[in-house]
Design a protein around this ligand. Sequence first.
Ligand code: COA
Length: 194
Amino acid sequence: MPRRAGGTLERHEQKERKGIHAEDTHRLVGENVVLRPPTESDVEVAYAWDRDPELAAWNGRSPLSVSLPAARRDYLSRWRDTSVKTFIIEFGGEPVGMATLYDFRRGGCELGIKIGPNELRNQGLASEAVGLLLDYAFDVLDLDVVRGSTLSHNGRMQRVFSKFGFVETGNGSILSRYDNRRYSEVFYELRRDR
Ligand SMILES: CC(C)(COP(=O)(O)OP(=O)(O)OC[C@H]1O[C@@H](n2cnc3c(N)ncnc32)[C@H](O)[C@@H]1OP(=O)(O)O)[C@@H](O)C(=O)NCCC(=O)NCCS
């Protein structure tokens, strides 16, 4: 799936079509999803996702075990941290997932994403969100590269990376804190100038 058209005018037109408002860079509006900054009202849903064993396993983490008040303090400080860009993914006006741009260095950043409810996965929501994030990263933040990684058995996430033209840059292994087993992971990147 080509994400971007070449040329300033075409890029501008694509932004208009997708509804990205450069003057309001923290609210990315697509056809089905809206990406917006998290607010205090998102704490409970974020907490529920972080306690979900399946989501934790896909991230190689153990489900969150701290109390809600402790998690609230952590979320609110993380969401205020301007070195990380966190977005709530809304679908039908409800928060359904989270996307993060983080680890800004060497002209690029890392992209992480999750769709919370199992029944909403495989419906194209992450693909649309990633398209919006890539336009934001390249056209608004002016980055040269967006990086990502996922477990080698995460076919869905790999498909999302590959459909936008991400290329594999290597692989490694992580010790999952979910089950203390070692898994292989794949690293990806998408360069603006490719
Ligand atoms: C991974 C995740 C973010 C993808 O979001 P999503 O909204 O489900 O993804 P989409 O529906 O946009 O796209 C999924 C693609 O994978 C394909 N797919 C589904 N299962 C697959 C599999 N086992 N192997 C390969 N491709 C698969 C789908 O057909 C679709 O591709 P298509 O659009 O070409 O048909 C989401 O499923 C999720 O949150 N999963 C749990 C947490 C997670 O894995 N997070 C990523 C950690 S790195």
